[in-house]
Design a protein around this ligand. Sequence first.
Ligand code: ZN
Ligand code: MN
Length: 470
Amino acid sequence: MEVHIQLTKLRTKLFCSCNSDYRDAEPNTHLCPICIGLPGTLPVINNKAIEFATKIALGLNCQINEVMYFFRKNYFYPDLPKGFQISQYNKAGGKAFADGGKVTIRLNSNKKDILLDRIHLEEDPARLVHKGSIRTSPYTLVDYNRSGIALIEIVTEPVLSSPAEAREFLNQLKLIVQYTGISDLSLEGSLRVDANISIKGHPRAEVKNINSFKEVESALIYEIMRQKNEIKKGKEIIQETRHWDGRVTIPLRTKEFEKDYRYFPEQDLVPIIITKKNIDEIRESLPEMPYERVSRLQHQYMLSEFDAENLILDKDIADFYENGVNSDPTFGPNEFKLYCNWLMNDIVGWLNENNSKIIDTKLKPHYIVDLILNIKKGTITTKMAKTMINDMMKGKTISKILEDKDKKRISNEFILEKYCKEAIEENPNIIKDFEKNPKAFEALIGRVMAKTKGQADPKITRKILRNLLH
Ligand code: ZN
Ligand code: MN
């Protein structure tokens, strides 16, 4: 698998100072003589891109090469105005940005290391726009705004053995990218995957430019089935480049071989030298990686591996969790677990339902602390808390919700007694259970609450019920 990731957190392109934030721009407005490859122009490396590449190399546990040149990868295609792409090459005296590395995935409780071959820096080609489908479009439009955007390419060893593994690999990779802060992969086109697929003993086909995780899995499932069918029919697989159109893969061109690219050093750029000191400084500045965070969360908050792995799946959620549980010094292992449950079940459930991110809501980390404490004090039941999640997400603490309710609260003992008597009469089963089961009493309070739409004063209700039952 070859994964191209745009360094979207860079302000400028890889070799010129054009603004890299091109997504809402008019076509062909973010360009200059360098990124449209006019003769006589000279590229200059973006120093921040080297820093970002170092970050992701460290996050993936790669071995960074300390001296490297850029190479020209020659091919003639309308998205490349120069006729070559400035990239890196790990042969002919060239070095990738970094070698090796790994991403650990978990599938059905089995762990597997997906080994990386290398990662390298290169420039993004221009964007080609087709009218309708790529096959039937009568023309191709070229938008050079994307030309020269910094890409990091991550190449795995041929170790992925199923579409599900590929999907999990991408999930984990995305997470590491999010933690390093080099790119926002929710942006359209910021991640593009080329997948090389082969049935053992046969040549491979490459499906190019698949741009979402779901599509990668579907494309792989389709392509594996296609190749198996070809082989069954006695046909040979052709080594070629194919395009995924959302339903099927179609042949684009017979695959170029490496020699067709005529790689040679890019003499317009000086060698890049990264010292051990540079690397150490960047390592210092690097936040904790997701896999490191899992084991820390387990130890620091006594969470299960399952809970810790779930929390780190989104950095914002994990940050929120830690801010929350640390905001109350009385919290211990019991509350750490409760907080995790509320966050991962009710809050994340609400976020999914409303298609929103936690940072875009008005929920604050201490709101869940407030919720847990209110349940502990007995001012609300777990059931009631669940009905208050929606108001919480809109910026109200449970305490505030209760305060507002207080104004409507029924504390008149005469009226409450009437409700309590009704509840007892209507629920003989609960009463029967009352002597043996302490939960029965809570259930009865729940019935009174339901009757009064949550407006009964819980303390007075408790007192009345107790008197009535003894
Ligand atoms: Zn430019
Ligand atoms: Mn590439």
